[in-house]
Design a protein around this ligand. Structure first.
Ligand code: ZN
Length: 326
């Protein structure tokens, strides 16, 4: 997300979805959907602890400034929307207009894991990961330990927002995938170099496979009236929860198996993203888009449920008392 030119105040008014395509992970819509689902799944005391910790974040992270302490909407709504917005903090900190925040918090390689692979005679072959690959899996495990351990609430706050973001990212199939081809001998960087726009299209008109998947919800269900989250994101997330209720997904939570979560995405990429009907330099068919949306809805539901399970394990049942705000 690029917040250039927007003051925080503007964000607070309505937490609008800003239509800037991202090539870094689910777009804002996707991330917020996983946040909404997690929030619905978290017990009130878990929500309260998470919010209380987030509000004690280090000042240079600016995390607490995103929480609106006043307004016409209920406190419950403001807390939920704060939690949902923080699923995008990992992208918010990419903004170089906030140089201190950028320097202290932006981590390019925390957003993905490298599943390097290729096909030989039509068969998928996994390759050894590159030396300087994505750190998403390792970081999720590290941050998990931080929120369960004895770190300060300030450190836990930063860990929570990173977990909110990376858990979302790792469920986007292309965040675990780098396909090696003759054209991309070092891998296609999560489909970033696999163009769907016609060969020779001007740079500003290019669409790549990665950004196509990042924005699949919005591409399929456009926010044509610039509606607020409550009117746009929340109903989409509610439909996804109906389609993929927790009881149906319960056996797949697989808490703490971050390698396994990334592997699911890699397999989805190998079998469903790069399906035979996907052709370089061609926009995918309507049928492909529908399949992509269905898979993404399932992945976003899992991301939300897994996020909720993690925060419940860390902060549920008064396991981690939180000092009251001063
Ligand atoms: Zn990301």
């Amino acid at each position: 997300m690029n917040f250039r030119g927007f003051s925080y105040i503007v964000l607070f008014v309505c937490t609008l979805i800003i239509s800037t395509p991202s090539t870094f992970g689910w777009d804002e819509t996707g991330h917020k959907i996983s946040g909404y689902i997690a929030w619905q799944q978290m017990a009130p005391e878990v929500r309260e602890r998470v919010i209380a910790i987030l509000r004690q974040a280090p000042e240079d992270s600016q995390i607490s400034t995103f929480y609106l302490t006043y307004g016409s909407r209920s406190e419950e709504t403001r807390k939920r929307e704060f939690f949902m917005l923080m699923t995008t903090w990992g992208d918010i900190v990419r903004d170089r207009n906030f140089p201190v925040r950028f320097k202290n918090y932006h981590k390019d390689d925390w957003h993905y894991a490298d599943g390097l692979w290729t096909t030989k005679n039509g068969t998928v072959e996994n390759l050894p990961p590159p030396a300087n690959g994505g750190k998403a899996v390792v970081k999720m495990a590290d941050l998990d330990a931080v929120i369960r351990g004895k770190a300060s609430n300030a450190e836990k706050a930063v860990a929570i927002v990173w977990l909110e973001h990376i858990i979302g990212d790792i469920h986007q199939p292309l965040h675990s995938s780098s396909r090696v081809t003759d054209l991309e001998p070092d891998g296609d960087r999560g489909g970033n170099s696999f163009l769907l726009s016609p060969q020779g299209a001007a740079r500003e008109q290019q669409v790549n496979l990665h950004s196509y998947w990042d924005g699949i919800v919005r591409r399929s269900l456009p926010n044509s009236s610039d509606a607020c989250d409550e009117a746009y994101v929340d109903p989409i997330a509610q439909k996804i929860m109906k389609k993929y209720p927790f009881d149906k997904m319960r056996t797949r939570i697989d808490s703490g198996n971050y390698t396994g979560w990334a592997r699911e995405s890699l397999i989805a990429s190998q079998t469903q993203v790069f399906s035979p009907d996907l052709v370089r330099f061609q926009m995918p068919s309507n049928n492909y888009r529908k399949k992509a949306l269905t898979l993404s809805e399932e992945r976003l539901a899992l991301a939300g449920y897994r996020m909720a399970a993690l925060f419940t394990q860390a902060f549920g049942d008064a396991k981690t008392p939180v000092a009251p705000l001063p």
